[in-house]
Ligand binder design. Structure first.
Ligand code: PEP
Length: 258
């Protein structure tokens, strides 16, 4: 039997009161699941409200970022020790942060280590840009990202890491104006990721690590990705904010886990 992890990335949406209301709406539709772990990742300021409202048997909670250091003179930043009582997961290396904040694989590797040090499960995002894909460099890019981002952890640490393949060109294209990744291409990339992780950490650790797919997934196409070999779940952005959409994705995962 499979176990899926579905992570909802709320990005810069949902202030505390709205977030509480959204959790309430999702709770009306989502029942406790044995074979699906669902993680809600609101903005920092809404973490306390979501953590208070979310029942652990239905929703887990995650942050969207953390600082690599545990404390210090870093204005505007939030650290692992500040998060660890509020959430269990943390998204790291999202392509929007690589793009807008100039996050490098080296910095991301320090953030992954900070998450592990503080008992948080990193949801590490990797993925190539459109020109990398068009030029045939997708596999080289994810190879470099995995080597760089996982450089500061041990084989044992890997058990708590979730790796999410998110081709940059397939993110936020749910408005119908962009490109969707073909399930066959995603399958190939997930298989490649598992292979690279095996080279880095050995077969045992690699076979256990959870691999997610993310990129404009919706309730209509989620099953095509969940059915793929090596796919252990999804990272969902836009659709995770929709109470008529996200529960249907969780339901599909529950159905396919059986
Ligand atoms: C994301 O934020 O990681 C994501 C995949 O967003 P979207 O589903 O909106 O493309």
């Amino acid at each position: 039997m499979k176990h899926f992890t579905i992570v909802g990335n709320w990005k810069m949406h949902q202030a505390p009161e709205q977030a509480e209301r959204l959790v309430g709406k999702l709770q009306e539709k989502v029942k406790p699941q044995t074979h699906v772990t669902t993680v809600l990742c609101p903005p920092f300021v809404s973490l306390p409200a979501v953590a208070k409202k979310a029942e652990k048997d239905v929703f887990r909670v995650g942050a969207q970022n953390l600082h690599p250091q545990d404390e210090g003179a870093f204005t505007g930043e939030v650290s692992g020790p500040m998060l660890k009582d509020l959430c269990e997961y943390v998204i790291i290396g999202h392509s929007e942060r690589r793009r807008d904040e100039g996050e490098t694989d080296k910095l991301i590797s320090q953030k992954v280590a900070a998450a592990i040090r503080n008992g948080l499960k990193p949801v590490l995002c990797i993925g190539e840009k459109l020109d990398d894909r068009q030029e045939g460099h997708s596999k080289r890019v994810i190879n470099d990202q995995l080597h760089g981002c996982l450089s500061q952890i041990t084989d044992d640490d890997l058990a708590d890491v979730i790796i999410c393949y998110e081709p940059v060109w397939a993110i936020s294209t749910g408005d119908g104006h962009g490109t969707f990744a073909k399930p066959g291409d995603v399958k190939e990339m997930l298989s490649q990721i598992r292979h690279i992780v095996e080279e880095l950490f050995g077969e045992g650790a690699s076979s256990q690590v959870k691999l997610l797919y993310g990129g404009s997934v919706n309730k209509d196409d989620c099953e095509a990705y969940l059915e793929l070999e090596h796919c252990d779940g999804l990272l969902v952005g836009g659709a995770s904010l929709k109470p008529e959409e996200f529960p249907a994705i969780i339901e599909s995962a529950a159905k396919l886990a059986k």
